[in-house]
Design a protein around this ligand. Structure first.
Ligand code: KG4
Ligand code: ZN
Length: 358
C-alpha cells in the first residue's frame, strides 16, 4: 500500500510517500524563510508561499520515490487544524490529484500526524500515552487507536512551543525559538533563577505557560534601564542562564503533569507499554532525556520520532493517511478544511469530523 501525504498547515510545504512496511519512499520539504524577519509566521505570506511551491514539492517527492502517480493507493492531506490559507492549498492539491487519478482522498488531522508519527520508526503499539507538544498545541492524550483519542489534559493558555518562541523573541534570539533556546540553555545554569510553575497544585493534567512567560518577561525587564525589554542589555551568560531556567521549568511542568497522567493511563490500560512524545518541541533533547527518565521510573518504554520528524513534515501526514486508509476510512472530495479540529473529536465514524468508513 502506497500513500502520498501533503502538509501545508503552518510554514512547511512538504510531501512524502510511505508504504505499509513503514518505508519512506520519497519526501520533499521546504521550510519557509520568509517569516524570520517577523519573529513569527505571517498567515498571508505562508499561504502564498505554499501556493508557489506545492506543485514542485509534490513532483520532487514523486520523482525521488521513483514511482508513477498511478501506483498510489490514496492521497492524504493535512486538512486542519492550522492556518486556513495554507491548509486549503494542500487540501486542494490533494483533491485535484485524487480526482484526476481516480484515487481515494484522506483528510488527516495535522495533530493525528504528530500523534502517530512515532509508530513509523519505533515499535509502538496501541494504546499509548502521548505528550503532544507543538507550536500551537500542548496536550496529554491516550492514543487508543487510529482516530480514537482520549484527552487527559491540555494547556489552558499558551502551547509549549509558543512559550519557547515568545521567550526567544523577548530575548531577541530569533524564530523559531525552540532550537535557539535549547542551544543557549546547554551552557546555562538552570538553577540560577527560580521561576513559577503554574497549575502544578491542580489535581488534573492541565498545563499553563502564560505565567512562566510573564515571569521571564519581568526578569528581562530588570536588565533594562527604563523597564522596556527592547532596551534590555543582558550579558551573554545571563541569556544562557535565563534560557536554561525557562527550559528547566517548562520541562518540569510537563514531567509532573505527565506523572499524574501515567497513573490514569496505567489504571485504565494496564497493557499499555509506551510513553510517546511528539510535535515540534519533542525535538528538544533536554525534554527527551527527562521523559526517558520518567518512562524508565514508571516501567514504560519511551519513544519519540527521529528529531527531523518532530517538526512539521510530509511523512507524518502520509503515515497517518496510510493508517486511516488501512483502517477503512476515506473522505469525500467536498470535505471542508477545518481551521479548528480537536483531536479527541476525531471520531472516525462521525461524518465531516475526519472521515467516513469507505
Ligand atoms: O510541530 P511544529 O513544527 O509546528 C506546529 O504544529 O506547531 O512545532 C513548531 C514548534 C515551534 O514553536 C518551535 O519553537 C518548537 O516547535 N521547537 C522546539 C524545538 N524545535 C522546535 N522547541 C523546543 N526545543 C526544540 N529543539
Ligand atoms: Zn505541527
Amino acid at each position: 500500500m502506497l500513500v502520498l501525504g501533503i502538509e501545508s498547515s503552518c510554514d512547511e510545504t512538504a510531501a512524502a510517500i510511505v508504504n505499509d512496511k513503514k518505508e519512506i519512499l520519497g519526501q520533499a520539504l521546504l521550510s519557509q524563510e520568509e517569516h524570520k524577519a517577523f519573529g513569527g509566521v505571517v498567515p498571508e505570506i505562508a499561504a502564498r508561499a505554499h501556493l508557489e511551491h506545492i506543485d514542485e514539492i509534490i513532483s520532487t517527492c514523486v520523482k525521488r520515490a521513483g514511482i508513477s502517480l498511478n501506483d498510489l493507493d490514496a492521497i492524504a492531506a493535512a486538512s486542519g487544524p492550522g492556518l486556513i490559507g495554507g491548509v486549503v492549498v494542500g487540501v486542494m492539491a490533494a483533491k485535484a490529484l485524487a480526482l484526476a487519478l481516480n484515487k481515494p482522498f484522506v483528510a488527516v488531522n495535522h495533530l493525528e500526524g504528530h500523534a502517530l508519527c512515532a509508530r513509523i520508526s519505533n515499535d509502538v503499539e496501541y494504546p499509548y500515552l502521548l505528550l503532544l507538544v507543538s507550536g500551537g498545541h500542548c496536550q496529554i492524550l491516550i492514543v487508543k487507536n487510529v482516530g480514537e483519542y482520549e484527552r487527559l489534559g491540555t494547556t489552558i493558555d499558551d502551547a509549549a512551543g509558543e512559550a519557547f518562541d515568545k521567550v526567544a523573541k523577548m530575548l531577541g534570539l530569533g524564530y523559531p525559538g525552540g532550537p535557539l533556546i535549547e542551544k543557549r540553555a546547554a551552557v546555562g545554569d538552570e538553577k540560577r533563577f527560580s521561576l513559577p510553575r503554574p497549575l502544578l497544585a491542580s489535581a488534573d493534567c492541565n498545563l499553563s505557560f502564560s505565567g512562566l512567560k510573564t515571569a521571564v518577561r519581568k526578569l528581562i525587564e530588570s536588565y533594562s534601564p527604563d523597564g522596556d525589554i527592547e532596551h534590555a542589555d543582558i550579558p551573554s551568560q545571563d541569556v544562557a542562564d535565563i534560557c536554561a531556567c525557562f527550559q528547566y521549568t517548562a520541562t518540569d511542568c510537563l514531567v509532573r503533569k505527565l506523572k499524574r497522567a501515567i497513573g490514569i493511563f496505567k489504571s485504565k490500560y494496564p497493557e499499555g507499554k509506551n510513553l510517546v512524545v511528539s510535535g515540534g518541541v519533542a525535538a528538544n533533547a533536554y525534554l527527551r532525556g527527562k521523559l526517558k527518565e520518567l518512562a524508565d521510573e514508571n516501567g514504560l518504554i519511551f519513544a519519540a520520532p527521529p528529531i527531523r520528524f518532530c517538526t512539521d513534515n510530509g511523512v507524518m501526514i502520509a503515515w497517518a493517511g496510510l493508517e486511516r486508509f488501512r483502517a477503512g476510512y476515506q473522505n469525500e472530495l467536498d470535505f471542508k478544511p477545518r481551521p479548528r479540529w480537536p483531536l479527541d473529536e476525531n471520531a472516525p465514524k462521525a461524518a465531516g469530523a475526519g472521515g467516513v468508513k469507505a
